[in-house]
Design a protein around this ligand. Structure first.
Ligand SMILES: [Zn+2]
Length: 424
């Protein structure tokens, strides 16, 4: 696969040409594709170091490359060497006559901002001069459900609060079929592309504990031992950018608490289908958020929650077909702390093990995660996290680090009972 780019006025356009092996690897990709980034205020697209442009190309093309990715421009020897961390494919370039990009010491940091609770929580614990970078998804007929209205309102409110917010439009999601981010860190590509012109030292993500440490799934993992961490921290480092996860030690429960307690929390909205202030109340995100909100406020399962399980096909599928349910522990936390709901909710309590699990740790901050916060503001963020959430004690840490949720016969039995409760 070969990739090249050109900057034209307010756009940077990447062109990808696939080879036979790529088409065998992924028939849907076709012979050639383009993806672009565009400033939303009409200004000229800023200059960017070739190594950083290469990182953007890799982030978006990686899943579609069979064997080799040839960058159609010169990069530094150091960067090319760093790409050897990608064991599945080989990266080559048109030359290596470029000096590597050294990390800046500007004291200026940015955050890949989505408008949701997790990236808002991250912003709340980062330095005050952090610049949120929002990726505005290009419109398309094939995506009828997504609505950027709420996220743009979040950006507007952050600007009113004095934050310098950047909005960059992109269509890179259309590389994938079905539509989606090529890699989970693709969300940061707009920030990478403007990082040189804004002199950013680091890029932060709103990745929370369940995703970082695996507890939204089957078992706890030590993230720094994972291939995901080795790959991306190495490549960020090679282009002179810190890779920072300020809320890696904060569970979805904790990020909801942060958004309730911190003044900037009110700018967020998790639902990406409804308009601002009017979440759709039909999607999986809405279901999770409404149950957490119930646990943190009136401690009662409302009729709306029960109704959503019956009316929303998406919610029902997530609850009955995912093994385990994504963020099942967070659901256990919420259901355990709420009364009522009737037989369906009782069966869901049993399925999510509210009778056995100790989920109190989800309210507090996991101190070990400070190693994932960039050193330049680690202490500042840790202080804020301790103040607002408090740190997990040794008992809580044990509960977290021993997390497991296996698809065994007991779970299957409880799942059958839950399905029966929905039908009967
Ligand atoms: Zn929704």
């Amino acid at each position: 696969m070969r990739v090249s780019y050109e900057t034209i006025e307010n756009e940077i356009i990447f062109s990808i040409f696939s080879e036979k092996s790529d088409r065998r690897f992924n028939a849907k990709f076709g012979g050639h594709r383009q993806f672009r980034y565009k400033t939303t205020d009409g200004s000229t697209f800023p200059e960017c170091h070739p190594d950083r442009i290469a990182l953007v190309a890799i982030m978006n093309a990686l899943p579609f490359v069979a064997e080799k990715l040839n960058l159609g421009w010169e990069v530094s020897t150091e960067f090319l060497k760093a790409t050897k961390i990608i064991s599945r494919i080989k990266v080559t370039s048109q030359g290596t006559g470029i000096q590597p990009k050294q990390r800046s010491n500007s004291g200026r940091h940015c955050l890949a901002f989505s408008g949701g609770a997790d990236s808002t929580a991250a912003l709340a614990v980062m330095p005050l001069n952090t610049e949120p970078v929002f990726m505005l998804r290009s419109k398309s007929k094939s995506r009828s459900l997504y609505d950027s209205n709420a996220a743009l309102e979040s950006c507007r409110q952050l600007s009113l609060l004095g934050f310098r917010v950047h909005k960059i439009e992109s269509d890179f999601e259309f590389l994938r079929n079905p539509i989606g981010f090529p890699t989970d860190l693709s969300v940061s590509t707009p920030a990478i592309l403007i990082s040189e012109s804004r002199d950013f030292e680091t890029i932060a993500f709103g990745t929370i504990l369940e995703s970082t440490y695996g507890t939204s799934g089957k078992a706890y993992r030590n993230y720094t031992d994972s291939s995901h961490f080795r790959l991306w921290s190495t490549l960020f480092n090679a282009v002179g950018l810190g890779y920072s996860l300020p809320v890696a030690g904060v569970s979805e429960v904790g990020s909801s608490i942060l958004c309730r307690e911190h003044p900037i929390g009110r700018v967020h909205q998790s639902c990406i289908r409804g308009k601002w202030g009017k979440p759709c109340n039909n999607c999986w995100k809405c279901f999770r958020k409404i149950t957490i909100a119930a646990a943190l406020s009136n401690h009662e399962i409302s009729d709306d929650i029960v109704e959503m399980i019956h009316k929303s096909k998406e919610v029902r599928i997530r609850l009955t077909e995912d093994k385990p349910i994504k963020h099942e522990g967070v659901l256990a936390y919420s259901l355990e702390r709420c009364t009522g709901g009737g037989k369906e909710i009782d069966a869901l309590r049993k399925l999510t093990r509210t009778d056995i699990l100790d989920t109190g740790w989800m309210e507090n901050w996991y101190g070990k995660s400070s190693e994932l916060i960039d050193h330049s503001y680690r202490e500042e963020s840790a202080t804020k996290l301790r103040e607002i959430l408090g740190e997990m004690d040794s008992h809580q840490i044990l509960q977290l680090e021993n997390w497991s949720n296996l698809d065994d016969s007991v779970r299957n039995q409880n799942l059958e009972s839950f399905i029966d409760s929905l039908n009967g």
